[in-house]
Write a protein that binds this ligand. Structure first.
Ligand code: ANZ
Ligand code: ZN
Length: 828
C-alpha cells in the first residue's frame, strides 16, 4: 500500500499481539524484572485524554524496556467502587454493578484500540468479590492488632452525597465531588491507625530519590511534625487544669489568656452557672456546624466568647481569662492554646478585638530596647531573646524553650513532646457501592468481627437504590440481619463500606498474584515483582493515594505478606491535558474525545501527539494542527518504506566496514547519533518529545539523500540501516505502523521481539577534522581532512589550498613540518 491508512493495520496488529500473548509475563528469576504501573482508572464511562496521555507514557516505557531485555510487568485494572456509580445508577434507573461492568467493558475496548501493551490476563476490578474479600481479611487482621478501631468523631458530612468526606476530599469548604458546602456531624466511624506508622512514613520521604521533590514535600507537610511542649495551667477555681500544646514555650511569660476549642470537654463546666453560659453554648453549637476546613484557614474571621472562668499562668501567676475560640481545633494538640498576643498574630488580632492584655517577652536579637505594647502594630513572631521573663530573661528562644519546659516538668507541669498534623484514616463510608466492613454488632457481645472462615461478606446486588442517594444497606434486611458468631443470638451487620482508597492501597501487589485464590498475595511472585519500579500518574494523588499505599505496604510487610518497605521506587507525575488554556473537562466544554480522534487519525497519531507535544511532567496543550502534524509525519515515514520497498528489501543493512562517500557516511553517523539520543532521552529523562524530534531530523536527512540515489554499492545498505533505525526507534511510541513497516521490510518476527538498537561509538565521530596550516609559523589557513589522513595526504592538501598558494606565491618551499591531527607548517 503506498498510502498510510491506519485503519487497515491497527486492528490487525492488536489482534496479532493478543493472540501471540506478547505482553503476558511470567516470573523468571534469570531475567531482570521491571514492574511498570500507571494509576488505574475509575470506570466512569469513557477514557479521556488525560488517561490517553498517562497510558501512552507508560506504554512507551513498557515497550522500550521489553526491547531492552527486561521482563516487564505492565498490568491494568479498574478502581471500580465509588460513588459516581451510585449516582449514575439512580439517574439511569439501573444498578451500580451493571453500570460499572458495562463501563469497564467499553473502556477496556478503548484501551485495546489504543494498542497499549497490557498483560490483560492480570486484569483486576476492585468491585469483584475475589478482590475485596482479601481486603476484608486485611481489615480483620488490622482489627486484631488494633490497627483498625472504632470511635465516635466529628466528620465532614455532605448532605447532598450523604457521605462522610475525608479532610482531603473537602475543597474550600465544599465537597470535592458535588461542590456543596460540608457540615460537621458526630458519628461512630472506623479508622485505620496510620499514625502508628507516622515516623516511618516521614523518615522514608528522605529515602525516595526516585520521587519528585514536590510530592515528598507535600507528604511531609501533610504529616506535619512539630516539636513543642505540653504545659499545664491550673484552673483558678482549683478543681482542674488545662493542658496546652505549644511550639513556643519560650513565650510563656507573655501568655495572657487561654483559648480552647468549642469541642473541648471542659467548656460546659467552665461556663456553668456563669452569666455567659447561654452565649457560650450558643457559640459552641454554631461553630461546631461550620466547616472544618474554613476553621483551619487563615481567612476565617476569628471569634470567641469568654467562658466566665480563669486559669493561672504557672510562671507569672497572672489570672488568664479562658475563651472558647473558633480557630482552635479539638483534633490538634490538646484542643487548647495559651494565647500570647504579642508574639502570635492570630492571638494579637483576637486580643485587640476583645480588649485583652498583651505583654512583650521576646525582643529581636539586635534590638536595644524592648518594644512598647502600645506601639505594636503586629505580633513579633520570630525567635529572639527573652525579656521580662524572670530568671529566663536574656536566654535565646531555643534555650528558653528547653529551660522553661524543664522548670515546669520538675513540678509535673510540663514536658517536651512531638505533634503531628496527620490524623488516623477514617475509612467508614455510609455508601452502598463499596467493600462491606466485616463487623457484626450484637446486643449481648458488642462489636464482633466476622470470623475469617465466614468471609467474604458479599455486597448484595439485589437491592433497590434509594432516590435520595442514601445507602440501602441499613434497610436491606437480608444483608444486615444476621446472627452473632459468638452467642448465636440475633445481631446486625455493619452497613458502612470501606473508603475506595483502601482498594487502591494494595492493588499493585495483587497484580503480581493474578489468579491466586489461597490468599491475598502469592508471596514468591510478589517478592519477584515488587516494588513497582516506575509508577506514573497524576499529581492530584500526591498525598491521599500515595500516602495510603505507602502505609498499607508497611502494614502488609509487618503482617508478613510483603518483603518491601516502600511500594513505588520511582514516581512520575504527568501534567494535565489542556485546551484553550484550561484543563479539559466536561464543565468547561473543551473535551476532545479520544474515540473520535482514533477514528479520524488512528491510534498511533493520537499516541504520537500526546508524547510529542510536551515532556510528561508539563501540561499538554491540545492542538488540532499538532495532531495533523503527527499524522503527516507518520505518512512521511510510511512513504519512506513504501516508495523504496523493492530496493530496500534486496539490501542488507550496512555493517559498518566498507568505505562510504561523504553523503552516506553522514547518514550513517546521523543514524547512530539518533539511536543514542532517543535511547538516552527515553531512558534517562522520559523526554519523548525531544526523542521524536531527533527521529524527525533523521527522516528529513533520509529524504534528502533519497533525492539523488547514487550508484554506490553501499547506498541501499546505508539507507536501509537508517530506515530500520527509524522504525525501531519509533516502535514504542507508534507500535502499529512500526510493526507494519518492519514486516514490509521483509522481517518475519514481530518488532516487539527485536532488541533495541545500539549505537556504535565509532560511528558517532565526525568523519572530518580541521587542521591548521601555517606559513613560516604564522596561521594562514585551515583545511578539513579525514582524521586518519597520512603525512603525504596532509602535505598535498595544505599545498593545494588556495589561500596557501597565494602566500607561497611561487617561492620555493624549503620544508614542510606535519604534526598529524594538529597542524602543518610550511617553511619558505
Ligand atoms: C503559644 C504560642 C505562642 C504559639 C506564639 C505560637 C506562637 P504548629 O507549628 O502547627 O504545630 N495551636 C496548638 N494547638 C492548636 C489547636 N488545637 N488549634 C489551633 N492552634 C493550635 O503550631 C503550633 C502552635 O499552634 C502552638 O504554639 C499553638 O500556639 C497553636 F508566640 O502556643 B502556640
Ligand atoms: Zn453476641
Amino acid at each position: 500500500e503506498s498510502r498510510y491508512l491506519p485503519k487497515a493495520i491497527e486492528k490487525k496488529w492488536q489482534e496479532y499481539w493478543e493472540s501471540e500473548k506478547l505482553f503476558s509475563v511470567k516470573e523468571d528469576p534469570s531475567r531482570e524484572k521491571f514492574f511498570l504501573l500507571e494509576m488505574f482508572p475509575y470506570p466512569s464511562g469513557r477514557i479521556h485524554m488525560g488517561h490517553v496521555r498517562n497510558y501512552s507514557i507508560g506504554d512507551v516505557l513498557a515497550r522500550f524496556l521489553r526491547m531492552q531485555g527486561y521482563n516487564v510487568l505492565h498490568p491494568m485494572g479498574w478502581d471500580a467502587f465509588g460513588m459516581p456509580a451510585e449516582n449514575a445508577a439512580i439517574k439511569a434507573n439501573t444498578h451500580p454493578a451493571k453500570w460499572t461492568y458495562e463501563n469497564i467493558d467499553y473502556m477496556r475496548s478503548q484501551l485495546k484500540k489504543l494498542g497499549f501493551s497490557y498483560d490483560w490476563s492480570r486484569e483486576i476490578a476492585t468491585c469483584d468479590v475475589d478482590y475485596y474479600r482479601w481486603e476484608q481479611l486485611f481489615f480483620l487482621k488490622m482489627y486484631e492488632q488494633g490497627l483498625a478501631y472504632r470511635r465516635s468523631s466529628y466528620v465532614n458530612w455532605c448532605e447532598t452525597c450523604h457521605t462522610v468526606l475525608a479532610n482531603e476530599q473537602v475543597e474550600g469548604g465544599a465537597c470535592w465531588r458535588c461542590d456543596q458546602p460540608v457540615i460537621q456531624k458526630e458519628m461512630d466511624q472506623w479508622f485505620f491507625k496510620i499514625t502508628d506508622y507516622v515516623e516511618e512514613l516521614l523518615e522514608y520521604t528522605e529515602k525516595l530519590p526516585g520521587w519528585p521533590e514536590r510530592v515528598l514535600v507535600m507528604q511531609q507537610n501533610w504529616i506535619g511534625k512539630s516539636y513543642g511542649s505540653k504545659l499545664v495551667f491550673p484552673l483558678e477555681s482549683g478543681d482542674g487544669e488545662i493542658t496546652v500544646f505549644t511550639t513556643r514555650a519560650d513565650t510563656l511569660f507573655g501568655a495572657t489568656f487561654m483559648s480552647i476549642a468549642p469541642e473541648h470537654p471542659l467548656v460546659e463546666k467552665l461556663c456553668k452557672g456563669k452569666p455567659q453560659e447561654k452565649e457560650v453554648l450558643q457559640f459552641v453549637e454554631r461553630t461546631k456546624l461550620s466547616k472544618r476546613s474554613d476553621r483551619e484557614t487563615e481567612l476565617l474571621e476569628k471569634e470567641g466568647v469568654f467562658t466566665g472562668s480563669y486559669c493561672i499562668n504557672p510562671v507569672t501567676q497572672a489570672k488568664m481569662p479562658i475563651y472558647v475560640a473558633n480557630f482552635v481545633l479539638m483534633a490538634y494538640g490538646t484542643g487548647a492554646v495559651m494565647a500570647v498576643p504579642a508574639h502570635d498574630q492570630r492571638d494579637f488580632e483576637f486580643a485587640r478585638k476583645y480588649g485583652l492584655p498583651m505583654k512583650v517577652v521576646i525582643k529581636p536579637q539586635d534590638a536595644a530596647d524592648i518594644p512598647k505594647v502600645e506601639e505594636l502594630t503586629a505580633a513579633f513572631e520570630e525567635d529572639g531573646v527573652l525579656v521580662d521573663s524572670g530568671t529566663f530573661s536574656g536566654m535565646t528562644s531555643s534555650e528558653a524553650r528547653e529551660a522553661i519546659t524543664a522548670g515546669l516538668a520538675e513540678k509535673g507541669r510540663g514536658e517536651r513532646t512531638v505533634q503531628y498534623r496527620l490524623r488516623d484514616w477514617g475509612i467508614s463510608r455510609q455508601r452502598y457501592w463499596g467493600a462491606p466492613i466485616p463487623i457484626i454488632y450484637c446486643d449481648r457481645c458488642g462489636v464482633v468481627p466476622v470470623p475469617q472462615e465466614d468471609l467474604p461478606v458479599v455486597l448484595p446486588t439485589d437491592v433497590a437504590l434509594l432516590p435520595n442517594g442514601a445507602s440501602p444497606l441499613p434497610v436491606h434486611e437480608p444483608f444486615f440481619k444476621t446472627t452473632c458468631p459468638k452467642c448465636k443470638g440475633p445481631a446486625r451487620r455493619e452497613t458502612d463500606t470501606m473508603d475506595t482508597f483502601v482498594e487502591s492501597s494494595w492493588y499493585f501487589a495483587r497484580f503480581a498474584s493474578a489468579g491466586y485464590d489461597k490468599g491475598p498475595l502469592d508471596f514468591d511472585r510478589v517478592k519477584y515483582w515488587l516494588p513497582v519500579n516506575q509508577y506514573i500518574g497524576g499529581i492530584e494523588h500526591a498525598v491521599l493515594h500515595l500516602l495510603y499505599s505507602r502505609f498499607f505496604t508497611k502494614v502488609l510487610r509487618d503482617m508478613g505478606y510483603l518483603a518491601i518497605d516502600e511500594p513505588f521506587q520511582n514516581l512520575l507525575t504527568q501534567g494535565m491535558v489542556i485546551k484553550d488554556g484550561s484543563k479539559m473537562s466536561k464543565s468547561k466544554g473543551n473535551v476532545v474525545d479520544p474515540d473520535e480522534m482514533i477514528h479520524a487519525y488512528g491510534a498511533d497519531t493520537v499516541r504520537l501527539f500526546c508524547l510529542f507535544a510536551a515532556p510528561p511532567e508539563k501540561d499538554l496543550e491540545w492542538s488540532d494542527q499538532g495532531v495533523e502534524g503527527s499524522f503527516r509525519f507518520l505518512s512521511r515515514v510510511w512513504r519512506l518504506v513504501a516508495d523504496n520497498e523493492e530496493a530496500l528489501k534486496s539490501a542488507t543493512p550496512y555493517a559498518g566496514s566498507a568505505e562510504l562517500s561523504k553523503t552516506l557516511s553522514e547518514l550513517h553517523r546521523k543514524t547512530h547519533q539518533t539511536i543514542k539520543k532517543v535511547t538516552e532521552d527515553i531512558r534517562d529523562r522520559f523526554h519523548f518529545n525531544t526523542a521524536i524530534a531527533s527521529v524527525m531530523e533523521l527522516v528529513n536527512q533520509l529524504y534528502q539523500v533519497l533525492e539523488n540515489p547514487s550508484q554506490e554499492a553501499q547506498f541501499w545498505p546505508v539507507v536501509r540501516e537508517a530506515i530500520e533505525a527509524v522504525v525501531l526507534l519509533i516502535s514504542p511510541i507508534v507500535p502499529h505502523v512500526a510493526e507494519e513497516l518492519w514486516r514490509t521490510l521483509g522481517h518475519s518476527k514481530s518488532i516487539m521481539n527485536v532488541p533495541w538498537p545500539k549505537w556504535e561509538e565509532d560511528a558517532l565521530q565526525a568523519e572530518e577534522m580541521l587542521i591548521v596550516v601555517q606559513v613560516n609559523g604564522k596561521l594562514r589557513s585551515r583545511i578539513t581532512v579525514s582524521p586518519d589522513a597520512g603525512k603525504e595526504e596532509l602535505e598535498a592538501a595544505a599545498l593545494g589550498d588556495g589561500r596557501i598558494q597565494d602566500f607561497i606565491a611561487g617561492k620555493p618551499v624549503k620544508k614542510v613540518i606535519v604534526v598529524p591531527k594538529k597542524l602543518i607548517n610550511i617553511v619558505i
